[in-house]
Design a protein around this ligand. Structure first.
Ligand SMILES: [Zn+2]
Ligand SMILES: [Zn+2]
Length: 151
């Protein structure tokens, strides 16, 4: 198992026409145009951090960064193509957005176990597979000029 220390931090508010995809080689492909000058940012990385302070209201105020790792990205891409119900449930105790991986990402459920604090009674309004990537995608869909493709 490998870990990425200090993944590149991407400020989503400083770019437009953003494309983020999980490639066959396991890397995340990020392409984006800078709002200031339109320069193309191109990164093929194993992990990426999204600075969420620039999109206030999207996550609880204590959440400053969402780390996108290869398992999270691959799971999300598979969940999108399988058509399972997707959502993003915040832990009612520690506020971290819940990430379902493995079998949990194949079967929508209402009761979630928080991977951050261990609280095991995080209930969503309806059964879903939870991932912060879905909330970021929903945000993107509300701003069509902002994101070209999000997986
Ligand atoms: Zn869950
Ligand atoms: Zn928690």
């Amino acid at each position: 198992m490998g870990y990425v220390l200090y993944p590149e931090v991407f400020d989503i508010s400083q770019y437009h026409a953003i494309t983020l995809a999980s490639a066959d080689d396991g890397l995340l492909r990020l392409r984006a145009k800078a709002n200031d000058g339109g320069a193309l940012l191109a990164r093929d990385v194993s992990a990426l951090a999204i600075d969420t302070r620039s999109v206030p209201g999207l996550f609880q105020p204590s959440i400053v960064q969402i780390n996108i790792t290869p398992p999270a990205a691959q799971t999300y891409a598979a969940a999108l193509s399988s058509g399972v119900a997707l959502g993003c449930i915040d832990c009612s105790r520690c506020a971290h957005p819940h990430l379902d991986l493995g079998d949990f990402a194949l079967h929508p459920h209402r009761r979630h176990l928080c991977g951050h604090c261990g609280y095991d009674a995080v209930h969503g309004a309806s059964a879903c597979v939870s991932t912060p990537l879905q909330r970021l995608r929903d945000y993107a869909l509300r701003k069509p000029e902002h994101i070209k493709q999000w997986f």
